[in-house]
Design a protein around this ligand. Structure first.
Ligand SMILES: *[C@@H]1O[C@H](CO)[C@@H](O)[C@H](O)[C@H]1NC(C)=O
Ligand SMILES: *[C@@H]1O[C@H](CO)[C@@H](O)[C@H](O)[C@H]1NC(C)=O
Length: 470
């Protein structure tokens, strides 16, 4: 299964806490004839592709397979998606039932098979899992000349509720400085991949410590927080996007005061912390994005480059300083898009918006994402549906300084998200009468003529595009 190209995206409700099933243990009706795990440690978060050949060893048809994860690991799962390869490919439904069983230390995902599996029959499940915050820089601190080394921990055996006839484990790395701290035996290395197994007759819930230390020559970047504001204006026929990023490099921390600009400039070609620091952040935007801007705490940042191509636009940012391990960088970007690209008329004065949940850089994770969709003043009967449910979601009325009645604002919040949420969308429908559209300029003119006549000209340009916020 090619994780990044998977056509499926099954968002998860990680909040479905089912209490009262503490002693839950899946019935022993399956055997894993073969269980293959492949980790990819070459990104800024960990990806795992899993293929399980599942056999029904019970005496009646079964349609639910329980996929076990060790307790505590479920928190670091940003995405889990799956499909079943049974002659045809079908999406499988995955639902977390939390805190499964204390004795085995397992939480379970309930995997709904596409059709009941008869006794003695087999099917193949393919799962893709993305985990965040699983690399531990070891040592924690280094100088500009040191390599960036990480430790990754998991189990040598796949953790499963069912017995496995055979298991195989592959770990993809950059192929630089690899060691297995948990074993005296060297793993088989093929190219840049570590190979373990095959292990035969592995018992349910078997686990054995695996600690891999490896060099990661790439910068690790994550957003501790992203606030994404989308302003919808019928008056200006524009959707204005503004995003405030709090970026953090969770890689090897630079020893106090050891940053030298000269060495940084000189040594950016060898594998060391200079390479593991970053200044370049690429943001993919829709092809029809226009009027981008990039600011940080100090003000306008001039070192950005904007390229419009038919398949998409690219906003290339160059941060004011290299972002080393342990360092933070905050910035704001914004752009406009014609409303017609997102909006459809679906009834009399009724509109439907289809908005991407995320844009932003590739290969990045987010601890927290807050999305505000700010509808025009006077919008009513608001309906919302998101491919990925938010925790929690609210609709409130927010007044910006130009507003008379305030704008209904939909707020969605996500924890522990990765860049592939860009494939997810948010749908909003609302009623907005033309009368409201006309009312607005009239009201604003009245207010401004009275009090701020000097600003009227400037404000009129701004209102439709990006209301400035303090
Ligand atoms: C920021 O840069 C843009 C484009 O270069 C310019 O139009 C704008 O006036 C600048 N804003 C500030 C506050 O310097
Ligand atoms: C980034 O923004 C956050 C929240 O406003 C603030 O606490 C933090 O100090 C800022 N960091 C930097 C490096 O500006």
């Amino acid at each position: 299964m090619k994780f990044s190209n998977s056509p499926l995206f099954l968002g998860l409700t990680v909040s479905t806490l089912v209490n009262g099933i503490l002693a839950f243990k899946p019935p022993q009706v399956f055997e894993n004839s073969k269980f293959v795990r492949s980790f990819d440690l070459t990104g800024s978060y960990v990806k795992e592709s899993i293929a399980i050949e599942v056999k029904n060893i019970g005496d009646k048809p079964e349609s639910v397979y329980y996929y076990a994860v060790p307790q505590g690991q479920a928190e670091s799962i940003a995405v889990i998606e799956g499909r079943e390869d049974k002659g045809r490919v079908a999406a499988v439904n995955l639902d977390l039932i939390e805190e499964g069983d204390d004795e085995t230390g397992a939480s379970f995902y309930k995997v709904e098979l596409s059709s009941p599996l008869k006794p003695e029959e087999t099917t193949t499940l393919q799962l893709g899992v993305a985990y965040t915050n699983r690399y531990v820089p070891t040592p924690e601190f280094g100088t500009q000349f040191d390599s960036q080394l990480f430790v990754f921990e998991d189990s040598r055996y796949a953790f499963s509720a069912y017995p496995s006839a055979e298991q195989v484990l592959n770990i993809g790395t950059y192929g630089l400085q690899i060691s297995d701290l948990s074993s005296n035996e060297d793993p088989t290395i093929e190219g840049t991949t570590l190979k373990y197994g095959p292990f035969e007759d592995v018992a349910p819930y078997a686990s054995e410590e695996l600690q891999i230390k490896f060099e990661n020559p790439k910068p690790l970047l994550k957003a501790t927080k992203l606030q994404r504001d989308i302003w919808i204006s019928h008056w200006g026929s524009t959707a204005s996007f503004e995003e405030f990023y709090q970026m953090h490099n969770p890689g090897t921390k630079l020893k106090d005061n050891s940053f030298s600009r000269l060495d940084y400039a000189r040594r950016t070609n060898s594998y060391n912390l200079n390479v593991a620091a970053t200044r370049n952040i690429d943001i993919k935007l829709p092809p029809y994005a226009r009027e981008p801007y990039y600011t940080d705490l100090v003000g306008n940042v001039s070192t950005s480059n904007f390229r419009q191509e038919s398949t998409g636009s690219l906003l290339q940012l160059r941060s004011r300083y290299p972002i080393f391990g342990g360092w933070n960088y905050n910035f704001t970007i914004g752009w406009n898009v014609d409303l017609k690209f997102f909006s459809r008329v679906v009834g009399e004065d009724r509109y439907l918006l289809k908005l991407p949940l995320l844009e932003g850089p590739e290969d990045i994770s987010y601890d927290e994402v807050v999305i505000n969709i700010i509808l025009p003043e006077g919008s009513q009967d608001i309906d919302l549906s998101a491919m990925t449910p938010s925790v929690p979601e609210t609709i409130k009325v927010v007044k910006s300084y130009l507003d008379f009645f305030g704008r209904p604002t939909i707020q969605l919040r996500y924890d522990n998200v990765i860049d592939n949420y860009r494939r997810s969308e948010i749908f909003v429908s609302y009623t907005f009468t033309k009368q409201d559209a006309l009312k607005k300029p009239a009201i604003i003119s009245a207010v401004f003529v009275c009090f701020f006549s000097v600003f009227l000209f400037l404000a009129k340009i701004d209102i439709g595009i990006t209301p400035k916020k303090k």
